[in-house]
Design a protein around this ligand. Structure first.
Ligand SMILES: C[S@@+](CC[C@H](N)C(=O)[O-])C[C@H]1O[C@@H](n2cnc3c(N)ncnc32)[C@H](O)[C@@H]1O
Length: 230
């Protein structure tokens, strides 16, 4: 999949793992557009997170929607002082994979639901997971409440639905539907997965409702990375 763009994935977990491998090897840089943009969005997220980690001097963090653990692994590598890191993943198969992956890392814990009371220096939700939620801005508000210093999340930009549909098709998705600002995937690979995109103005209004100190970064062709500070 990484070099040819051909569909080879059999489920989301397999696809996310191959996606992470391609990011690490850099093989994605040879891919044609628009598939190239998909990987570029993730690479840009990581580049921005690296400087945010330095800024916050975080020792604890959480990622909601951690998948198999791309960002958790990245945090482990980038934040030497990290003592507590939680990944939240509601898909049981993916959560089980992440638990096995990090079983030897004492500072990492994988949960299937976000903790209610605990707070972390930073809270994250990457690769447009907010757009998978029925109530994206409630999800973001909850994410912000989990942090004491900084929250970062990414969202797809509105208006790139045709390009994103071509990308999903290359990953083997069929019958891809668009409903307003949402792309809906419902096929043999995933059931009823919605992926919403947002305009800059919508993101700005949502940020202003939470904090005065926010940044909406035009991170890549496909996504904004949003930073909220306390
Ligand atoms: C788009 S993938 C991103 C994975 C990872 N964050 C990354 O950037 O590589 C979203 C993941 O979040 C999980 N997820 C979506 N909504 C969630 C929620 N509300 N709570 C926990 N996990 C969630 C999905 O099952 C999926 O594994």
């Amino acid at each position: 999949m990484e070099t040819s763009g051909q569909a080879q994935n059999t489920n989301c977990l397999g696809c996310m793992r191959r996606f992470e491998q391609a990011l690490r090897t850099g093989s994605w840089k040879r891919l044609p557009k628009p598939l190239f943009f998909w990987y570029q969005a993730a690479a840009k997220e990581e580049e921005l997170l690296r400087s945010l980690f330095k800024e916050t001097k975080a020792t604890s963090g959480i990622e909601v929607g951690c998948g198999p653990g791309r960002i958790l692994e990245f945090m482990l590598a980038e934040i030497q002082a990290i003592t507590c890191m939680v990944g939240v993943e509601h898909n049981p198969e993916t959560a089980a994979y992440a638990k096995t992956r990090f079983r030897q890392e004492r500072q990492v814990e994988i949960l299937e639901a976000a903790p209610k009371i605990e707070k972390f220096d930073i809270s994250l939700s990457m690769f447009s997971t907010a757009g998978n939620q029925a109530e994206p801005w409630i999800f973001v508000a909850d994410l912000f409440n989990l942090s004491t210093r900084l929250t970062a999340f990414s969202v797809y930009k509105l208006g790139l639905e045709k390009e994103r549909m071509r990308i999903y098709a290359q990953f083997g998705h069929e019958n891809i539907q668009v409903a307003g600002s949402c792309i809906i995937l419902n096929d043999k690979l995933v059931q009823n997965l919605r992926s919403q995109a947002f305009s800059y103005k919508e993101v700005e209004a949502a940020c202003k409702a939470l904090t005065k100190d926010y940044e909406i970064i035009d991170a890549s062709h496909l996504n904004y990375v949003v930073v909220l500070r306390h």
